[in-house]
Design a protein around this ligand. Structure first.
Ligand code: ARG
Length: 405
């Protein structure tokens, strides 16, 4: 089956250029041709969708989501939902994410391998949702950001990914892979939303991080590390992680190390607005709101510095902390804090495809790649906030959303 999309503009994220009068030919689930109209030929009987004043881009990729998390249930509210309930919530969130133009996500932390179940249901065609790269339970130290510290000792509440010591973390990596993980996530410092942890304090020693990364890489998986604190960021980079998440309290040495090691930063600079605006009503603890008041500002300054220094940056938002489907709101913040619109679009397309080692399949509108395409009305290079209203979503060659037709 051949489908043809025509639009006034298309973004070539590989070259960082705008292509006028674009034509994209989709054969089954693959892009078979793409370029300016004079360079493309397609069969006369193909179905042609004329989008007019639209800009086509590769499907967006969010490298930090939690589809099973509900943004209205934080802190103690979150304890009331069962794992099956959270999984069903994930079904709704997967669809909202796809409809917002995000055709691929990296889900970095879910209880009970609910993320694996969601991914499999999407791949089997049972439910609508993005391509998912999934971590299973996030790994972390006892009492750390990836543990559950809400209840007193007698409840013996321990998160599934808790593992202490180099061999225990290796075992945890092996277990996550056994049950379907395709990426490994661990917590390298305290966090904002966890009770009793300090954002500036490292969790896991260098030795533990090295063991974890070695095990994951040996098995062909990439590693994402939650790290706000200066020392944790740097130790994780030295241990060889593929991406650092949050990266709030970044110093110059951290930037140098990231440049040397080719480490990606995934910085969720939108979510602070939701936490400080709606967080209290959603159950976020007062201590977390206090942490956020410091972290949110520092993170945006760090983002600016990292962009200026040329660190590789991927679009990651922590959706689930704020409502799924609002992912696109982060684009405008990335431009406000130092990126060009083109860089922000590349951060959500070709950069994450490369981070995930999927650059041959995903991340640009190029012959041979999967037909994951989004379209917006107008030109996002002139107004990045247009990406908050995606009119066309094609995933795997299927038109899953079209307001233009
Ligand atoms: N999950 C993260 C944490 O608890 C959210 C941090 C959000 N804040 C921010 N400014 N990015 O640490």
């Amino acid at each position: 089956k051949t489908t043809v999309l025509t639009a006034d503009r298309m973004i070539d994220v590989d070259n960082g250029t705008l292509v006028n009068n674009a034509v994209v030919v989709i054969t089954d689930n693959v892009i078979s041709q793409a370029g300016p109209k004079d360079a493309v030929n397609y069969p006369a009987d193909a179905e042609v969708i004329k989008l007019g004043n639209y800009t086509l881009m590769p499907g967006f990729m969010d490298m930090h989501v939690h589809l099973t998390s509900d943004a209205t249930k934080h802190g103690y509210k979150q304890l009331a939902d069962s794992l099956p309930r959270m999984t069903l919530t994930g079904v709704k969130h997967a669809k909202a994410t796809l409809m917002a133009g995000f055709t691929t996500v990296r889900n970095v932390g879910a209880p009970g391998f609910a993320d694996v179940a969601l991914r499999d249901a999407i791949n089997d065609g049972d439910i609508a949702g993005p391509r998912m790269f999934v971590s299973g339970p996030s790994l972390g130290v006892t009492g750390g950001h990836c543990d559950n510290n809400l209840l007193p000792f007698e409840f013996h509440a321990v998160s599934e990914g808790v593992a202490d010591g180099p061999w225990a973390v290796r075992e945890a990596v092996r277990r996550n892979i056994k049950y379907g993980a395709t990426v490994i996530k661990f917590c390298g410092t305290g966090g904002v939303l966890s009770k009793g942890t300090k954002v500036g304090v490292q969790q896991y020693t260098l030795e533990e991080m090295q063991a974890l990364v070695d095990e994951a890489h040996m098995r062909g998986l990439t590693v994402a590390t939650h790290a706000h604190g200066t020392q944790g960021i740097k130790t994780a980079i030295k241990a060889g992680v593929d991406s650092v998440e949050h990266v709030s309290l970044l110093d110059d040495e951290g930037i140098e190390l990231a440049l040397q090691h080719g480490t990606y930063f995934s910085m969720d600079i939108y979510v602070t607005e939701y936490i400080l605006g709606e967080g209290e009503a959603a159950g976020i603890l007062e201590e977390s709101l206090n942490k956020e008041r410091i972290v949110g500002k520092r993170q945006r300054e760090s983002f600016k510095k990292a962009v200026e220094a040329g660190v590789k940056i991927v679009f990651g938002t922590d959706a689930g902390v704020y409502p799924h489907g609002d992912n696109g709101k982060q684009f405008a913040r990335m431009v406000e804090f130092g990126m060009t619109p083109m860089q922000a679009i590349q951060a959500a397309t070709i950069q994450p495809a490369t981070l995930l080692k999927q650059q041959d399949n995903l991340g640009s509108i190029k012959a041979g790649k999967m037909a994951d395409i989004v379209g917006v009305q107008g030109n996002p290079l002139d107004d990045i906030s247009l990406l908050e209203n995606v009119g066309l979503v094609v995933k795997d060659g299927h038109i899953v959303k079209s307001v233009a037709m």
